[in-house]
Design a protein around this ligand. Sequence first.
Ligand code: FA5
Length: 341
Amino acid sequence: MLAKLDELCAKSLEAVQQAANTEALDAWRKETLGRKGAVYLMTRQIGQLAAAERPSFGQRINAVKKELEAAYQRRLAELKAVELRAQMASSAIDVTLPGRPQWRGRLHPATQTLRQIYRIWGDMGFQIYRSRDVETDEYNFELLNIPQHHPARDMWDTFHTTSPGVILRTHTSPGQIHAMREYCPEPIRVILPGMCYRYEQITARSEIQFHQVEGLAVGKNITLADLKGTLTDFARRIFGADRKVRFRANYFPFTEPSAEMDVECILCDGEGCAVCKHTGWLEILGCGMVHPNVLRNGGYDPEIYSGFAFGMGPERIAMLKYGIQDIRYFWSNDLRFLEQF
Ligand code: FA5
């Protein structure tokens, strides 16, 4: 009987190596180690043995079972590897192709420009002061030296709300009053960024909703020279060190004297082109020395304190920096535009 068992073991070990694929191997397992397989049938014969021979036969059968099971596992691993290689060779999937890049979001070009502006003013010691988008007529106009029925109101077409005297701010300048009333009598150096709203016709250069960054410095002995020096430095930091600037006299009711600052046209280097209307210059902001009435409305005595203020449009600055032809791209959410930044 032991000889028969050894023969079965040897034959089965040979057969397992000959199983050409996992299906054949499964069939081998069933025939050999299955519930009614060859090893089981051998176990059944144990009753025919003399009692003294049974234990050693039983031990041997268990050893054979283990050996065959191990041989099965080894062959299974071999066949699986072969089958995987064959599948990879014949399959259409090329696992060596590089993966698809992850789509990454990015900051909106207006946000990028705003952050660049914040950094420059931050380096010059200006803090960010936020004030509200929904304003009163009093803050947006009256406290800025623009009384009711003053013709200067025509400079800012206004969105009114159903509450009398409550409007959407047309510029960030009302923030000047909020900041002065909060800090008076301390010196102030702040920028006031935020959205502004004007009931204007939308064109390539004008939106009904756009950002402004206001700036305000108040203290003792602040002069027009400080305004010119600070704004010239800002323009050089944002547009490049050799960019020329110029100040043109202008009128704002809340500054006296008032000016607009132009930079040398970035597209034609001051030669004159369609964008700068052949002048060689591009306007980037309005500015001036804070009007005594406005200082007074903020709580400062204009006999002791003086200050300068300015207001710029970051979208217009981004248009100049990157050669963007139309301001409407900023809020139309066209990915072909946004992905370029
Ligand atoms: C003002 O709004 C003044 N409050 C600026 C100021 C502040 C002057 C402090 C003096 C002292 P103005 O209307 O020119 O000025 O607007 C300032 C900037 O906002 C413009 O130079 C422009 O860059 C931007 N801007 C104005 N209107 C629009 C618009 N419709 N669309 C996009 N940007 C605009």
